[in-house]
Every structure is written in C-alpha cells, then in structure tokens.
Design a protein around this ligand. Structure first.
Ligand code: PRP
Length: 189
C-alpha cells in the first residue's frame, strides 16, 4: 500500500479556496468542544438542515461529548438558481416532537437568514425549551433577517461559495474545502 500523503487538486471550477480541509477540521473540533461544554447538564437535539448541513453535522457531532440525538429536516429556499427565492418550503419534517427539547440547529450556511429565522420560530412554536444555532459559514453582509448564531464556523465574503455541503445546482457538495465558484460556471443561467 502506498502511504504517501496525497494532495487533493483544487477543482477547475473553483476560483480560490477560502477554507481548507484542515481549517474545517480544527474549527469543528473547537465548536464541538464549546457545544459539549454548554450542554453538559441537558441532552441536546441536533437538527441538521438537509441537504447542505449533512457534512457539517457529521463532522461536528464527532467532536461532541455531551448527550445528543440527531434528526434532519429538509427545506428549500433556492431551487436550482444561485439567488435566494425568499420562499422556505418544508420538504421533510422532523421525526421527533420538540416539546421541552433543547434544540441546536446545524446549518451549512447563513445567507439571507430567511431559512433560520423561519426554523427558529417554527421550533419555538412546537414547544422547544431552547433553540440555538450552529452555522458552518456566515456570509458577511448578506443577512436580511437578524439571526443569533451562537456557534459560528467561518465568516466569509458575500460571494458564491461551494463545497463541504454547499452546492450549485446540486453539484460540488463533496469538495472537502469551501471555495469560490468561478462566475463562468453560472453566468448565463
Ligand atoms: C441553503 C443552505 C441553507 C439556506 C441558507 O439551502 O443550506 O439552508 O440555503 O440560505 P438563507 O440564509 O438565505 O435562507 P438550500 O435551499 O440551497 O438547500 P440545500 O441545503 O439542499 O443546498
């Protein structure tokens, strides 16, 4: 077997890498430790927002030592385009009731804030005892709705980013880093 460390080539559609695989690993470890500290005395329900947050939830929870369970919700706000439609639709709901539960929403990205604003209000309406947010990426200056992100991964410039769960027309989610998509990929859509 070849034990040489392989260097992943950057995808040709990526203009530049903003967050490396190593930076993601370290930040997830830090956030996992912070969350574990904050929830030592109560079980937390981690709600991943599909599809984009699947990668973040998977890595983050591996660094959590507190008691937790995981559920997923699927909502859509973008469709196939790269701009928010402003419409939040529930495509898949939670499997567990939220009454009295401490909820941590895990999102891949906070962009306009419409999705998280909607989810927080929705979860409190279902009787959650508390609702906090962990977001891997917060886009700088893009928020139309104010959302309190307690566990923030990276604040990135307001550009079109993909990778680590983030897509363009369902592509690029598997890239192990977060990078800026070349405009030529989506121009003329
Ligand atoms: C993306 C992302 C967030 C939302 C954030 O989801 O995963 O859920 O947009 O945008 P906002 O702050 O402007 O509401 P998307 O609808 O693209 O679905 P996906 O997770 O399946 O890619």
């Amino acid at each position: 077997m070849n034990n040489e460390v392989s260097v992943t080539a950057v995808h040709p559609d990526i203009e530049r890498v903003l967050v490396t695989e190593e930076q993601l690993r370290k930040r997830n470890a830090d956030l996992g430790a912070m969350i574990s500290h904050d929830y030592t005395d109560r079980e937390v329900l981690v709600v991943g927002v599909l599809k984009g947050a699947a990668w973040f939830v998977s890595d983050l929870t591996r660094h959590m030592t507190c008691d937790f369970t995981v559920d997923y919700m699927a909502v859509s706000s973008y469709g196939a385009a790269h701009k928010s439609s402003g419409v939040v639709r529930i495509l898949k709901d939670l499997e567990v009731p939220l009454e009295g539960r401490h909820v941590l929403i895990a999102e891949d990205i906070l962009d306009t804030g419409l999705t998280l604003k909607y989810l927080i209000r929705n979860f409190l309406g279902r009787g959650a005892a508390s609702v906090e947010v962990a977001a891997c990426v917060v886009k700088e200056g893009a928020q139309e709705e104010e959302v309190d992100v307690k566990y923030e991964g990276f604040v990135l410039p307001n550009e079109f980013v993909v990778g680590y769960g983030l897509d363009y027309a369902q592509r690029y989610r598997g890239l192990p880093y977060i990078g800026v998509l070349r405009p030529s990929v989506y121009e003329g859509e």
